[in-house]
Design a protein around this ligand. Sequence first.
Ligand code: UDX
Length: 433
Amino acid sequence: MRIVMIGTGYVGLVSGACFSDFGHDVTCVDKDPAKIDALLAGEIPIFEPGLDELVARNVREGRLHFTLDLADAVPSADAVFIAVGTPSRRGDGHADLRYVYAAAREFAEYLSPGTVVVTKSTVPVGTGDEVERIIREARPDHEWSVASNPEFLREGAAIEDFKHPDRIIIGCNDQHAEDVLEEIYRPLFINRSPLLKMARRGAELTKYAANAFLATKISFINEVADLCEKVGANVQDVARGIGLDNRIGAKFLHAGPGYGGSCFPKDTLALLKTGQDYDANLRIVEAVVTANDNRKRGMGRKVIHAMGGDTYGKNVALLGLTFKPNTDDMRDSPALAIVQTLQDAGANVRAYDPEGMEHAAKMMEGVTFCKDAYEAMDGADAVVIVTEWDAFRALDLARTKDLLNDLILVDLRNVYDRAEVERHGFKYVAVGC
Ligand code: UDX
């Protein structure tokens, strides 16, 4: 199949590279000449394990191409995927669909009869209807198929998620679109990944409902963690105790500093807006969003409390800044609120993150960025693990003791064993235990 992928951001680049790895012929198109030049030179603009080799291999084998030119790529495509960004619109939380609609307007004139247009970007219910209207308006000469195919990949595990998905969702309102998408995904469902066919609006909503449900699980266990701290229970025991019930499931029950990233915060807000637009109450999602916002700020206060309530002029070492490990993504990371709260309380923040410091430096002021965890801890009055990078899971506690002014370890990801840390003489503060 000949596939055109519009947008070389996270979803576009990973999907394009994976489709080409299945054997399809893929052309990724972007408006940004610097991005396309970099990709043509073999540089990958995002940090995602394994993506550089995957792209290089498929470029070398002639199945993956990059271009600025829609006129060159679109006419011969069996399917054109829209994978441009849908950020939160400033002020109201609605998904900003400007880029999706602009893309549809721009490529419509180059479409050939039979080409299926597929929205892969996360878009609110009804966006497919508008994309279809835009294309029909530009090209009244044919009937066009517009489908929805949401993507569920996680940053840091994107290639694995794409190639071994729990399910593939295709939302089509006509048989031709369904046939083309089935053919594109054939290598996966031969591999027994379930392919779920539904109408377009259902597919659009499934993506938001999935993310909102996962965010709900996280906020739920975070609130249970707070209760555990008050009643003297261990949230990890409780999470395991409930997670072994198949109806609940063990995943996404790790208590921590709150969810961040490019999807959950933006998609939960966009779902609330859809609820308002259609006059449907989504009170649970509303509560999840509020609980998560409050939690991120609360984590800074937790650190201050662990340090005896007064952090004025004290040094705090933050280990991990990205919203989760194996990414350089700082969007809506709990670290942002934690740094702000600590600085407001007069603390000096020293930080280290294996991949996120370049982005972090643009979003945080007054932070001393260090070359490794031990440099960050040198002279610190407390150490805080914000992101569970592997590099922080087995710190040399004996060496750490010599560097610190005060032996306080605040573990916001519960990666340490209390007894072991306390044996080294530390005060250990974790989440929900
Ligand atoms: C998420 C969805 O998992 C993915 O399906 C969707 O396509 C995009 O959004 P991603 O944002 O990459 O993926 O990260 P994910 O691994 O889901 O983690 C999201 C946030 O939740 C992180 O901040 C993480 O630390 C937090 N989290 C996750 C918890 O706090 N506890 C958990 O148990 C799981």
